[in-house]
Structures are given as C-alpha cells and as structure tokens.
Ligand binder design. Structure first.
Ligand code: ATP
Ligand code: MG
Length: 1001
C-alpha cells in the first residue's frame, strides 16, 4: 500500500507554537519546546511539520539554522551519537560513526597513549556547547531532536545545559519524547518549562488523542471520502491515536473491507475488517503501553495498536518476516550489505523479500539504506523474537560487523544491546573477545565509561572460557590486553582502586616491556594521586629494572621516579634527581618525558623560591610538550604553575594571559583541572580587587577536582563573606572547612586561604590571640611551605602589637625579611618594609610601601597598608595626615564592599579622635544598569556588540562558562529575557561611548 503524504489533522494549535518559536528567535531570544505523548500519537509528525513550517517561513532556512536528529534505542549508549550528527554536519561521513568526534587524535607513530586523566566524553560536551555558541552568533539556531527518551546520558546532560542557555542565546531547542521509558532529566525539564511564564522559557506540548472529526479526516485522506457511520464506529476503536487509525485503515484497505457508497466510504456488510486474534470488541483505551507489551497484548487478543501492527506484519510471507526480524536487530535503519552479513546470505537473495516488506508498508528506502516505516513496527518484530535468540543475534551482528570492519560504534552498540539482555556475558564469543582486545584502547579513548562496561564483561567471559578450555582456544595475550584496556579506562575515569588492581594483574604476567611500562605509569601515577609516593617509587624502580623497555619509556619512568621524590618535599635530593631525569629525557628526545621532567625541575625551583628559574623550566616544558593532544594534561599543569609564578612575580597581565590560554585549552578536553583553573582565576580576581568576578568564577565551577581545591574555593568565598560582614555564609563555610574535614597538611599544600579565613573569623569575633594562633604555623622560618606567607606578615605584626605581644610582631617581621632574602623580588621587599614600618612606627616606610602597592593594583593590601599608615600617623600626632590617609583606605574598602574592614579601621583611629569627613560606604543597587559590576558592564557592551560567549571569553581572558555566568547575572539584573534586550535597553551614554569607539553594531 502506498502511504499517503502526511497531512496533519487536528494539530493547528500545536503548530502555532512553531510560529511563536520563530518570532522569538528573530527577536534574539531563545525557547525550549518539549513534545510529549504516547507512541504513535504524532510527535514525530508534528515535529517534522513544524520544522517544515519554520524552514518555509525563513526562506528555506536561510534566516535560521535548523539542525535536527533523532535518537534510537540501539545507540542510546553511544555518547553524543545524535547531538554531533545533528549539530556538526561536517562530522558526518559514511564510514565514520557520528560519535567519531571523540576519535583518537592523530598521533604520529601509532597507538594512543592514554596517559592524561582526561575524559574524552565530557570533552565532547564542551565541543557541542562551543559549536552551538558559535552557530548562534551567525544565525538564530533551532536544534530539534526526536525521541529524547533514548538520548545517551552525556547527550542528555548537554541537552539540559543547552536548555539553560536558551535564556541567553538565540537558540530554540525542540525535543520529542515518549512518556515511557521515563527519563528523570526530561521530567525535570518539563517541570521547569511548565513552572515559568509561558512566554519566557518555553512550553510543553502534551499531545492528546485526536477527536472523531480529526479521525474522520484521516480516513478521508485514505479513501478520498468521509467515512460512513459504520466505518466511523470502527475507526473510533483506535481511540484517537493517529498511528492506530492509520494502521486500522490499512488493514481495512488490505482486506478490501471498505467500499465507496454514495458520498461516503463505508464498511462492507459483515466485515470486522480485522484479521488478528479474536478478542473483546470496543474502543481500546489503553492503546499502547510499551513495545515490550506487543506480544503480550497480541496473546491476550486485545484490540490494540499492537494487534494492528501485528496484522500488518502477519500479512507478509514468513521468509520476509524472518528476514525483517534480523533487520530489526540492526536498528531502525540498516544497509542491505549489513543485513547480508548478519544473515550469512548473499545480498542478491535479499532483494525480493525486502521488496515485499516495502510493498507491505513495513520498510521504506532512505538513500542507500532501508528504514522501518515506524519504530513500533521494528519493535513489534524485535520483540517477537525470544529473548535468548535476540541476545545471540546481537552478538552475531556484532561479530559480523566487526569482521567486516564496521565502525567501532556500530559494533559497540550491538555488544551493549546483547549485554543488556544477557548480562551474564556467558555467551561472549572468542572472536568478539579478540576484537575487544584489539580495540580496547580506541574504545577507552572514545568513551572510557562504555569501554569499562564492555571490558569488564569481556574479562568475566574470557576468564570463564579459559577455565572451560584450559587455556586452549584463547590466546593468553587477549586477557592481558583486556585487562590493560580496562585499566586504562579506569585510569581515565579516575577509578583509583580498579586501576591499581588491574595494573598489578597485568604487571604480574605481561612479557611485553612496553605494555609493562605504560601500565606502571598508570599504577605509579595512581599511587601518587592517592598519597602513596613511596609505593609509587618502588613500582617505578621495579619497572626500570625490566630489560628491553623502549628508551622513551625508560626516560618517562625515570622522570616519574623523580616526581615521586620531588613531591615528597626534600629539597636537596629532589634537585639532583630531577636534573638526572631531565638529562635522561633529553637523551631519549621524548616530549612526554621532557615535559614532565621540566615540571619536576620547576617544582624544585619553586621550593627554593627561585621563581625565575621555575618560570624558565615551565616555559621549556611547554615547548617540549608542543601540541601533542596526549600531553594536554601536563601542559595544563605547567601553564597553571607558570601563571601563578608570574602573578607572584607581579607580571599580572602576562599571568592572566597564560591562565586564560590554559583555560581555553582545558575546555577542549574534559579534565578535573578545569575546576582548578577556575579557582586559580577566582583567586587572581580576588587579589586584584574584583571580588564579584571572583564569586562569578567560583559559581561557574561545576566540578571541584579534589578536597584541596574544595578547601581553596570555600576558603576564598568565606574570606569575601568575612570582609563583607556576611556572617551566615561565613558560618556555613567555616563549618564545611572544619578541621576534621580538611587535614592540616592540605592547608599547607595550597589551601592556604583556609588559615587566613580562620584568622579573620577570630578577629571578627573579637579574639586577636586566636587570630594569631590560626597563622602561627606559617611563622616557622625553616618551613618551605606557604609560598605566599609573606603577604600575611603585616597582619601578624598588627595583631601582635594590638595585644601587646611584640615578640610575635618581631617574629612576623623576621619571616617577611627571610622571604625577601630568599627570593629578593621588589614585592617581597616592600612587604618586609611594611612590617618594619609598622613595628617601628616609621611612617615613611609605610608610605613608600603603599605607593608600590598602589601601582601593583592590589586594592585590599593597599587599603590595609594605608590603614596601618593612618594609625601610625595618628599615634605620632599627625591627625591631618591620619585623616586623609584613612579616607583613602576607607574609600578603597568601600569599593570592595569590605564593611568589616571599614569598621575595624574606623575603630582603630577613634581613640585619636580621627573621624572621617565623608562616609564612603556606598552600596550598589540590586537591579538596573547601575547594578552591574565593571566586568558585567564590559560584557554587556560586548553582548550588545553581538559577540558570542566564546568570543567574549577569548577577549577578556575568561572561560566560556564564566562568561555564561556573567551573562545570566546581567540578564537577571536588567530583568531582560534575551541578549537582544541588552542592546535595546543600553543607556544612551554607553551607546555614545560605543559609537565614539566605532564599535556599535
Ligand atoms: N495529526 C495527524 N494527522 C494525520 N496523521 C498523523 C497525525 N499525527 C500522526 N500521524 C501519523 O501517525 C503515524 C504516527 O505518528 P508519529 O510517528 O509522529 O508518532 P510518534 O508519536 O512519533 O510515535 P513514536 O512514539 O512511536 O515515535 C505517522 O504515520 C503519522 O504520519
Ligand atoms: Mg516518533
């Protein structure tokens, strides 16, 4: 039967939503639409008609970029299978699966190294988000995805992130989904859309069944006449489900049960029209539940959509039906050659049955392939196969596809489907095991998660086979490769225990020196990460003794050995060993070994406070790493450390640029370092007095890599709260940072804000001795820790003097002096001088210090130093000077909204009767243009100029996520619902400035 062209009936109101989407997009705004309903209710048909309407209204899609894709049950475990296909059309090519986006980077000389802890799947998310952001600057974008209930997990997360971005990008997301299987994320999205005002974020369309009028119109499309009363009654049995109506009509058509009578199409006398199993008549209200029920409802003999579909399939010859059952294994689309492969029949023998299937309305051609006309037809065929046979056929298909050299994703999808049915994996074929062993690295690189699932099952099966055949059929290297592959995947997923266990197993048996070396790298690195440097060193040394290790691996392991020593903190032995490692790496000419060797070298210089040498080593390490994608992780580490060295050395601009480059690089892969870099950026913003920016950076972080960084983040946020008199936040953060959660060693190794926070909190509570106590550890002259401790010493001098303990004040000044001697930078000398100025009431030294700090753009330190100068001036009787200096200090504090500091400074000067002429406590309004911080204002003008978030991020040395955060704040403060609003409501003076710079859009 030829399918009539789909003309939607009874969905005018729903189609109007698409007009709303268009006008919203053209207005610069975004929107989200979720179309929900039971199978066959017309979700896909509505989506298709809606997209056609959008394309027609926008000159064939020229004014709006329309991207669409559809999820399928079989590919639901393949990361981004749909999103990449939909969004990045260039990625599509016949021999590459859509998920090839996470394919191995081109690497000269063979196999992937899998050495950096970076999850390629999550990196895919950033790529999708980046692509969408980019697309949106050129044109408004519509992304439509059918059957979201089968979206892969990572894809679903991106969909959620995208839906959050619809309020700041001209982006419309349109998705359809069945109600079963339920996806909690879709449920949440639905609730979110339903909760907001309908004109704001988006809308949920719950598709209802069609009324009898609409059903009659579908019948009229089929027979060319409106239905007579008996036919209308028959159609009513379909309960208003359009697919059911169409299938019912097709049955009547096939059995010639309808004739034209007068102006009507009418049932012939005595026809039930239904060839399916007999059963109770009447309107089936439960039209369909879920495909698994297909056979159940047929057996029960209920009149249902399932019966109608079964009738269509039942009308085919049995050879055709059997063939289609195999095709159903391949998914909703299949090629004749794949079908020939899995059925073991020549393609020529399939042509006739396939043609019958086409004529029977079960499949239709698309390009060079066939697809099932409706997924429910495929499901009906699929579920008519007994479960064990289904599992076996998926395995057969996997093997046939693997033998044929099909893309990894296709084979993977079949294997996952087989395992889903039979998780015992007892039946995994040796051919499949061999394929997995060969492809384990590529799998891990593509999706460590999927690789881990498959390889775990494969290993269980392989061990079984080995026992059964006593080592007969299975090559022993297969098990070894499976274990090594799983260990790599576990390493990438930061599953420390699993990595360690498998790596040890591989090392116990392998005879392959290269594999042993690589596995040792994973094991030793994991041991270091989990705080066992001594064990790491032992295992590296053992590997270094293995004969036949390729020279580049020997060099790498030598470097790793050095790193285990360097991170242990003993300066002298470290340096000797890192030098040796560097020499070995140079001889081997291996970029990876060199990059890590320079990193170790830099750490040694840092411990000796030789920042210049550290920066040189960091730069050389970066040169050595070049652009090798496998070395991204070490590059990020080097860049992050280089940026902090530069900041410490007062090269602020340069440091900000390196940090920003690092952050952009971090967005091309997924790495725990991304959160760390954001924290580093927040710390920098804090130092430079941009506290709101620091808070926005912190807000943009979705994952904090570890407890140290968690402590840094909470510490910094708490510190701002303390300065700003936000006692509630301060209390929660102090609780979260309690001693029992954050080991003190951690504070020593980077989470230094924590100590400062505790000190400030004690000071706020009116307890200076405790405020000193919190920082006492940092006054040990022999300690190499606390690289920035010199910045806290003036504070300790002041607190010591306040409570009359001059020995503490002297000790603190001595530490500042010591730091300045160890590493004589201007900055450290100034801080030492500040301490002495305070200690000796030397106003000139304090003024000089303030002048230097003023030029170095660190406002909180400047205000602190001015406050000390004002107090000193007052104490020496120069009240005029004290007043003007205090005024400057307070106006700086006010700019930071540091109300606590204003109170303290004022109280300190009160005994001398120094009062301020003007009170500088200005507070920013909550909404409107005046509510924007300097950074927000800058970003708002760039938004108005039409720049994308990625472009803004690149221009301002920020990450895209941070810019997203700022844009959200801007829109909220301006009560704007899209970017377009920003440009339309920009105040006249800002416009004039933009135009004066020739940059207005
Ligand atoms: N409003 C309508 N008017 C006429 N025909 C329709 C209508 N809605 C759907 N159809 C037809 O009904 C059939 C089923 O529709 P569709 O495939 O869109 O359902 P669906 O909701 O996407 O189902 P599934 O959940 O299985 O994907 C299609 O053949 C479609 O052309
Ligand atoms: Mg559909």
């Amino acid at each position: 039967m030829a399918e009539p062209a789909v003309r939607l009936v009874g969905r005018d109101e729903q189609l109007d939503v698409f007009d709303g989407v268009l006008s919203r997009l053209l207005d610069g705004g975004g929107y989200s639409v979720l179309i929900r309903g039971e199978p066959g209710i017309g979700k896909s048909a509505l989506l298709e008609a809606g997209l056609d309407r959008l394309a027609a209204a926008t000159a064939g899609g020229n004014a709006v970029a329309i991207r669409s894709g559809s999820c399928s049950e079989l590919s639901q475990h393949i990361p981004y299978a749909v999103l990449f296909e939909a969004i990045d059309v260039n990625m599509r090519s016949p021999e590459r699966g859509p998920a090839d986006s996470t394919r191995e980077p081109a690497r000269s000389g063979g196999r992937a190294e899998l050495i950096s802890m970076a999850d390629p799947v999550a990196a895919g998310a950033e790529r999708v988000l980046g692509l969408v952001d980019e697309l949106c600057t050129r044109l408004p974008v519509v992304i439509a995805v059918d059957d979201l209930q089968w979206m892969d997990e990572p894809g679903m997360r991106v969909w959620q992130r995208l839906s959050q971005l619809t309020d700041q990008l001209p982006l419309a997301l349109i998705g359809t989904c069945r109600l079963v299987p339920q996806r909690p994320e879709i449920g949440r999205l639905g609730r979110l859309l339903q909760s907001g005002p309908p004109d704001r974020r988006g809308v949920v369309i719950d598709l209802d069944r069609l009324g009898s009028d609409a059903a009659a119109r579908i019948a009229a499309q089929e027979f060319g006449r409106v239905p007579g009363p008996r036919l209308a009654a028959k159609i009513a049995e379909a309960g208003g489900n359009p697919l059911y109506i169409r299938e019912l009509l097709a049955i009547l058509h096939r059995s010639s049960a309808v004739r034209i009578l007068g102006g009507f199409a009418e049932l012939r006398e005595g026809t039930t029209g239904f060839h399916g199993p007999a059963g109770p008549k009447g309107c089936s209200t439960n039209v369909f539940t879920y495909p698994a029920d297909v056979s159940a409802s047929v057996v029960a003999g209920a009149h249902s959509l399932a019966d109608a579909l079964a009738d269509r399939i039942g009308s085919l010859p049995s050879t055709t039906r059997l063939l289609l059952e195999s095709a159903a294994i391949l998914g909703d689309e299949f090629s004749v050659s794949d079908l020939a492969h899995i059925t073991g029949r020549p393609a020529g023998a399939l042509l006739e049955p396939l043609d019958q299937a086409r004529l029977g309305g079960v499949i239709e051609p698309v390009g060079s392939r066939f697809r099932f006309r409706h997924d429910l037809l495929r499901q009906a065929l699929y579920s008519s196969l007994p479960t064990p046979i289904r599992a076996a056929l998926h395995q057969d298909a996997a093997l046939a596809l693997a033998t044929k050299g099909a893309p990894i994703d296709q084979v993977t999808a079949q294997l996952l489907a087989a395992l889903q049915i039979d998780s015992s994996a007892s039946g995994i074929d040796t051919g499949i095991l061999a394929w997995l062993a060969r492809n384990s690295d590529a799998l891990a690189r593509r999706s460590p998660q999927v690789a881990a699932t498959l390889l775990e099952q494969a290993l269980a099966a392989a061990t079984g086979i080995e026992i059964a055949i006593a080592g007969g059929a299975l090559d022993s290297t297969v098990i070894e490769s499976l274990q090594a592959g799983l260990s790599s995947a576990a390493f990438l997923l930061a599953r420390h225990d699993q990595t360690e266990r498998l790596a040890r197993e591989v090392l116990a048996q392998t005879k392959d020196p290269e594999l042993a070396a690589r596995t040792t790298w994973h094991l030793a690195y994991t041991l270091m990460r989990t705080g066992r440097p001594d064990e790491a060193r032992a295992c590296v040394r053992k590997a270094l003794a293995v004969p036949g290790t390729p020279p580049h691996w020997t060099a790498r392991l030598t470097v790793l050995n050095a790193m285990t020593i360097v991170t242990s903190g003993q300066v002298r032995p470290s340096h000797a060993v890192s030098r040796h490692a560097l020499r070995t790496a140079r001889t081997a000419q291996d970029p990876m070994a060199l990059a890590y060797a320079y990193h170790a070298e830099a750490l040694c210089h840092e411990a000796r406070r030789d920042l210049d040498a550290a920066m040189r080593a960091q730069r050389e390490g970066l040169d050595a790493a070049g652009n090798d994608p496998d070395l991204t992780d070490i590059k990020l580490l080097l860049m992050s450390n280089l940026a902090s060295s530069m900041h410490a050395d007062d090269h602020l601009e340069e440091g900000a640029r390196v940090l920003s480059e690092a952050r952009m690089l971090a967005e091309t892969i997924e790495t725990p370092r991304r959160g760390a870099l954001a924290i580093q950026a927040a710390e920098l913003a804090f130092e430079l007095g941009r506290w709101d920016d620091a808070l926005a950076e912190i807000e943009s972080i979705s994952d904090v890599p570890d407890l140290t960084h968690e402590a840094r983040r909470l510490g910094l946020e708490g510190l701002i709260a303390a300065h700003r008199d936000d006692q509630a936040t301060l209390d929660t953060h102090l609780t979260a940072l309690a001693d029992d959660r954050i080991p003190s060693a951690m504070a020593r190794n980077g989470a230094t804000w924590l100590l400062l926070l505790r000190s400030l909190a004690a000071e706020r509570a009116g307890n200076p001795p405790e405020a000193i106590e919190a920082l006492t550890d940092t006054m040990n002259l022999d300690s190499q820790d606390f690289t920035v401790r010199f910045t806290w010493m003036p504070r300790l001098v002041r607190l010591g003097l306040t409570i009359g303990r001059s020995e503490i004040a002297h000790q603190a000044a001595a530490v500042a002096e010591h730091e300045a001697r160890m590493h004589p930078t201007p900055r450290k000398r100034v801080w030492a001088s500040w301490c002495h100025g305070l200690l000796e009431s030397d106003l000139d030294r304090l003024r000089e210090a303030a002048d230097y700090i003023r030029a170095s753009q660190r406002p909180l330190y400047l205000a602190d130093c001015l406050e000390d100068a004002a107090a000193t001036a007052a104490a020496t009787g120069d009240l005029t000077d004290a007043r003007s200096t205090l005024t400057e200090a307070i106006s700086i504090y006010a700019g930071l909204q540091a109300t606590f500091d204003i109170r303290r400074a004022t109280a300190r000067l009160r005994p001398y009767n120094v009062r301020l002429g003007v009170r500088g406590n200005r507070s920013r309004p909550q909404t409107g243009w005046d509510a924007l911080t300097a950074t927000e204002l800058k970003i708002a003008t760039l938004v108005a100029r039409g720049e994308s978030n990625s472009e803004i991020a690149a221009g301002l040395y920020l990450s895209r996520r941070t810019v997203e955060c700022h844009v959200t704040h801007i829109l909220r403060k301006l009560d704007a619902d899209c970017r377009g609003h920003v440009v339309r409501h920009m105040p006249a003076d800002l416009w004039r400035e933009e135009i004066a710079h020739g940059q207005a859009p």
